[in-house]
Design a protein around this ligand. Structure first.
Ligand code: C5P
Length: 273
């Protein structure tokens, strides 16, 4: 597919006001899934009878926002590659271009591997965790709408229900009392829990990831999302409403919740807000 073949948009009034960018979705699925305890990469773990990766892929394609989906898989995982090939064949009516790359040792490396193979003509990129396999289509649309309206960076967020404190490890006498000591309490009304897909103007995201080459190992390991790299450039990062259904499936409890969402009365995509 050439850049000029990449059609965009669906002809709505909103689109007339803000032309849709040519969007690629980077789906990072190269994690080990150790915390899930299944002894296999998380993308392969079954959820409602289908691997987590397939739920994530179907959600992206159903949203209709992407002209390309680039999936970062654990290096050498033949089973997941075959799954992507089969899904490509399923997209009989065309659908987005599906590309597969080997992921890296960290999430951020996996993102960069995918960014390196995006089609010429791509204007915006959504970076999405495969672990957020049940993300509703509406979240993809809110992110793309914000990019179309001029945002260079936009993230879906949720209010925080817990009070959040910063702590430090204790030593000496304090360590005999408890392993950590509270250092501060962040005002809860200003806090947001951050989800994916995170949307970016492509050039901005490339610039943000370009800075990582100067990072040491510790700094590299501390990159937990893409927006934090864009923040370092001084580029404003906008926030739109996420969804509770976009939970990141990380622990066995998350998997139980995700199974429950799938079995809910209205199926996978019913919980909003
Ligand atoms: O483990 P973490 O919470 O950072 O994983 C978030 C997402 O990043 C998951 O979808 C996981 O598959 C992906 N990831 C990746 N490459 C890595 C580590 C994580 O694509 N090396």
């Amino acid at each position: 597919m050439s850049a000029t073949d990449l059609s965009a948009g669906n002809g709505t009034d909103a689109e007339a006001a803000h032309p849709r960018p040519v969007v690629a979705v980077v789906l990072v699925a190269a994690g080990s899934g150790q915390r899930l305890g299944y002894g296999m990469p998380k993308a392969r773990v079954p959820l409602g009878g289908e691997p987590i990766l397939m739920h994530a892929l179907r959600g992206i394609v159903a949203s209709g926002v992407a002209q390309q989906v680039c999936i970062a898989l654990p290096a050498g995982d033949g089973a997941l590659r075959r799954m992507c090939d089969d899904f490509r064949n399923e997209l009989v009516d065309g659908g987005p271009l599906l590309t597969v790359v080997d992921g890296g040792a960290t999430r951020s490396e996996s993102v960069r591997s995918a960014l390196a193979v995006l089609e010429e003509g791509t204007q915006a990129v959504l970076v999405h965790d495969a672990a957020r396999a049940l993300t509703p289509e509406s979240v993809f649309h809110r992110v793309v709408d914000s990019l179309a309206a001029g945002a260079l960076a936009v993230i879906p967020v949720m209010p925080v229900v817990d009070t959040v404190k910063t702590v430090k490890a204790t030593s000496g006498n304090d360590a005999r009392i408890a392993p950590e000591l509270v250092v501060g309490t962040a005002p809860r009304e200003q806090l947001r829990a951050v989800q994916t897909p995170q949307g970016f103007d492509l050039d901005t995201l490339l610039r943000a990831h370009g800075a990582v080459s100067g990072f040491d190992e510790e700094q590299g390991a501390a990159i937990t999302d893409d927006a934090m790299l864009v923040e370092r450039l001084g580029v404003p990062v906008h926030a739109v409403r996420g969804a509770s259904q976009s939970l990141k499936i990380t622990t066995p409890l998350d998997l139980i919740i995700a199974e429950g969402l799938l079995e809910g009365p209205l199926g996978a995509r019913w919980v909003e807000g």
